[in-house]
Write a protein that binds this ligand. Sequence first.
Ligand code: AMP
Ligand code: FE
Ligand code: FE
Ligand code: ZN
Length: 289
Amino acid sequence: MPVVRRFHGPIDLHTHSSVSDGTETPAQLMRAAAAAGLGTVALTDHDSTAGWAEATTVARAEGLTLIPGMEFSTRVDYSSVHLLAYLFDPTDAGIVGETARIRSARLTRAEQMVQRIGFDYALTWDDVLAQTTPDATVGRPHIADALVARGHAITRSDAFAGILHWKAGYYQPHYAPDPLRAIELVRAAGGVPVIAHPATRGVADVVPEARLARLKDAGLFGLELRHRENQPEATARLAGLAEKYGLFVTGSSDYHGTGKPNRLGENTTTDEVLERLIEQGRGHAPIYG
Ligand code: AMP
Ligand code: FE
Ligand code: FE
Ligand code: ZN
């Protein structure tokens, strides 16, 4: 029996609000998604589900299907690997504990980076706090916004290419679990895990075939191969591995409001893949607006 599809396209499965490093509130983001003509959108703030409730209310009002999600910070050596997680139980103790630990580590790390930048540029921790909403997942984008406000950079991207680049010497990593552990946590909470932008420099290098096979065995659902930051050669190689290991391919914008050039709906996911994803999601239902 075919499942009756209750969602509509276009489908964009990766967006950020001011709960992490997007520039729009969850409500504004849902309205922007509807205005951009999307039928289905996932809210995937970094290491936080705090935007789900507000997004749910507005998605319903706008007639959008909302897939509640999160972008889970994970790490392999010094490379940061992002794991998209969908339809998990946001009250699951494993997820709640691990994301609280990551957010706290991010805060300490951001304060230390700002202290080091502050030796060379006029920049204080209060400048960064002025760029975040209360309880937001703090990241380099907020430091970037503070650098822009102080006139040390022109845009977020400019700050990332300069002062925030690891080559500038102020960069510091933060605690994050191994991707294998994060996949286990997401599945244990009834969720569906997808590696975000896996063909970007850094990520592709630390996810060779043997690791990908282990992640698939642990419950990995798919790879976000349609994303503007993926590199063509690594994308082609990973598309071959997705086929070989039965991983689904998704596409999304990774919209951050005015914080990044990425536009809503610039990459999308097919109805068939979303249907499989919804079938596997057991921790939280989609919101059908
Ligand atoms: P962090 O996790 O604190 O190290 O910061 C990484 C975040 O910065 C990513 O989630 C991106 O959203 C953002 N980011 C990375 N590079 C850029 C860029 N060139 N311009 C704007 N935002 C960026
Ligand atoms: Fe981000
Ligand atoms: Fe990411
Ligand atoms: Zn993202």
